[in-house]
Design a protein around this ligand. Structure first.
Ligand code: SAM
Length: 195
């Protein structure tokens, strides 16, 4: 299944079929950057790096993981003017973070905008553990996920999200909306790792 997703995302980047790639950092992320002092951030499923660029502009160190080489190539072009040590673009699977030696945990902020909700459901637990382990105590995990549609395997219900992260992180903010590109309801969540 992960292989199918990989093929599908690879083909979409090759064709330039990326409706999610607005190039604009969502206001929910802009808000959290205004609230927290700069630190170390990790963007899971970073795509072409628009959020990483805004993290770097705000004084953060930013690492990004994506499994599509073309996405990382485009991100590299976007970030070329920043000091090389301020960011890392890491090719790999977000459900297998232990294989990624280039990561620099612990992170003060981990972001997932539309990535985790499409992974194979059998990888959900490994994915959630990988995040909890690499987040600093007191750090935030910001998640954007669409809700499932009957005809698709993409999406997490708020209850599924609660089950996935609730044993290690504490939720302190949730906002429901609509994902126009996917055509489904969606939610933003903010989780914090307790001290
Ligand atoms: C819907 S796009 C969102 C991209 C970016 N977060 C944004 O908001 O523009 C999902 C991204 O996650 C990546 N992705 C999906 N599953 C992944 C996995 N298991 N490991 C690494 N990257 C993954 C895809 O290649 C794609 O770039």
């Amino acid at each position: 299944m992960t292989e199918n997703r990989f093929q599908s995302f690879t083909e979409r980047y090759a064709k330039g079929d990326m409706p999610w790639d607005s190039g604009i950092t969502p206001p929910e992320i802009v808000d959290i950057l205004a609230e927290r002092p700069p630190g170390a951030a990790l963007d899971l499923g970073c795509g072409t790096g628009a959020v990483m660029r805004d993290l770097l502009l705000a004084g953060w160190r930013a690492d990004g993981v994506d499994f599509v080489a073309r996405a990382l190539e485009l991100a590299g072009e976007k970030l070329a003017d920043f000091p090389p040590d301020s960011f890392r673009l890491i090719r790999g699977d977000v459900t297998r973070l232990d294989r990624l030696q280039e990561l620099r945990p612990p992170y003060d902020l981990i972001i997932d905008i539309g990535c985790g909700h499409s992974i194979d459901k059998t990888d959900n637990a490994a994915y959630a553990q990988g995040i909890a382990r690499r987040l600093r105590e007191g750090g935030d995990f910001m998640l954007y996920a669409s809700h499932p549609r009957p005809e698709s395997t993409v999406g997490w219900t708020p209850t599924q999200v609660e089950r996935l992260f609730g044993s290690t992180l504490e939720i302190y903010w949730e906002q429901r909306g609509d994902d126009v590109a996917i055509g489904a309801p969606s939610s933003w969540y903010r989780w914090r790792k307790p001290f």
